[in-house]
Write a protein that binds this ligand. Structure first.
Ligand SMILES: Cc1cc2nc3c(=O)[nH]c(=O)nc-3n(C[C@H](O)[C@H](O)[C@H](O)COP(=O)(O)OP(=O)(O)OC[C@H]3O[C@@H](n4cnc5c(N)ncnc54)[C@H](O)[C@@H]3O)c2cc1C
Length: 388
């Protein structure tokens, strides 16, 4: 115990969750983050049943519950407001935690010992040698570690160290995002509900965050622009309103209550055949970005995080290469399936020509194929570790 140390690049949801899970298993862990302070522009993220199982075992589920929006309902309807017959939300409502991303990230930081997250450290390169890995930062400083984990997002600087550079792939759509104070929506929309409206070529999603004080809006529209995957590319509310002209009354009312919006390009990446070397591996979006249509980007990084932490439990430095290979082996196929499922779900939401009942049936079949309510990455990793 405590014999090995792990350095994680990136204090996103994936990197922080891995740090918590490793720390709880006695591993000496440090997280290096390029930002000087952890401050995200407002946006929501949903932790579903598969991520919730992991946080429950990490002892954090009550804390998540305190900041999450409490869902009264989860519905899907056509763009004209007709409920999809037989539709059932992917998770039980009580296992759905819609959160403000910055609040969630701060909660994860506070679950770590002070000093674990080292801000203002931009990773620029690393070199493996017999004794471990030397890490280089933009300010000229260095660190040493037994194992390096790149959890540095879709534009990962660590990824090219483990294989050919894997570029983000656009889905030909972008999303407008925004947050609206709940008190502005009286008479327009019941803020307790998660709702999605689906229509030809576009879809509109809302859910409560910040314990119900804010409604998070994500509106997907086609684009041929190469919108940067930024939280902060500003968009025009008037363009958003024009894109949803003629849609169901609450959709237009919600857009009418928005002051500003941000545009966000929707990307994923082709699966990589491998993402580890002897002492360097990847996690989260750095390893396998997915489109957001199943809300699985963060949840997959959480599955990765617990898998990696279990496999590094009680490892000696000499064990690391085999442990990292096993981790990658457990995650690659799972991530590939979730990426396919997310793409399929997005197509179904924006499809034309399916009856609403058939649309619901196919969306739910996509949910079910991924076993999001029963998949237990910790158990799978425990079993794998026992047979190493
Ligand atoms: C707008 C939006 C909405 C989303 N909604 C959902 C949702 O509802 N449900 C869901 O499951 N997923 C959602 N996702 C996806 C989800 O946020 C990500 O998949 C998830 O957070 C995993 O990200 P990550 O931790 O791998 O990387 P990121 O969150 O991208 O974090 C990477 C971190 O690495 C840091 N970094 C980058 N480069 C360097 C460097 N060179 N040196 C040091 N640090 C570096 C970055 O500053 C950042 O803090 C959403 C994503 C976006 C953008």
């Amino acid at each position: 115990m405590g014999e090995m140390n792990v350095a994680i690049i990136g204090a996103g949801i994936g990197g922080l969750t891995a740090a918590i899970a490793l720390h709880q298993r006695g591993v000496d862990v440090a997280v290096y983050e390029k930002a000087r302070e952890l401050r995200e522009l407002g946006a929501g993220v949903v932790i579903g049943a598969n991520g919730a199982r992991v946080y429950e075992r990490l002892g954090l589920l009550d804390s998540l519950g305190a900041i999450a929006g409490k869902l009264s309902d989860a519905t899907m309807q056509t763009w004209q407001g007709v409920p999809l017959p037989g539709y059932r939300w992917v998770y039980p409502l009580g296992r759905t935690f819609p959160m403000h991303r910055a609040e969630f990230q701060n909660l994860l930081v506070s679950a770590l010992p002070p000093g674990t997250v080292r801000l203002g450290h931009e990773f620029t390169g690393a070199a493996q040698d017999a004794g471990g890995v030397r890490i280089d930062f933009a300010d000229g400083s260095h660190a040493r570690t037994d194992a390096l984990v790149g959890a540095d997002g879709i534009h990962s600087a660590v990824q090219p160290l483990v294989g050919p550079k894997s570029a983000p792939v656009s889905e030909g759509i972008m999303a407008y995002r925004g947050l609206i104070p709940a008190d502005r929506l009286a008479g327009i929309y019941d803020v307790g509900a998660l709702s999605m409206w689906v229509g030809p070529r576009q879809s509109f999603l809302v859910f409560p965050v910040s314990d119900g004080a804010l409604l998070n809006v994500v509106a997907f529209v086609p684009t041929n622009l190469d919108v940067e995957e930024s939280w902060s590319a500003p968009g025009q509310v008037s363009d958003l309103a024009a894109a949803y002209d003629g849609w169901d009354t609450p959709v237009r009312g919600i857009i009418g209550a928005m002051d500003h919006t941000f545009r966000w390009g929707i990307y994923d990446r082709a699966p990589m055949p491998t993402w580890s070397t002897d002492r360097i591996t990847l996690l989260g979006d750095a390893a396998h970005a997915v489109t957001p249509h199943l809300g699985q980007g963060a949840n997959q990084s959480v599955e990765d995080a617990i898998t990696l932490a279990v496999l590094l439990r009680d490892a000696r430095a000499a064990d690391i290469p085999a442990r990292l290979r096993r981790y990658e082996g457990l995650r690659i196929e799972r991530n590939r399936q979730v990426r396919e499922g997310a793409r399929e779900a997005g197509k179904l939401y924006r499809s034309t020509g399916l009856s609403p009942a058939r649309q619901a049936e196919r969306i739910m079949a996509t949910y079910d194929s991924l076993e999001l309510n029963t998949y237990d990455p910790e158990h799978i990793a425990d079993t794998a570790l026992a047979t190493l």
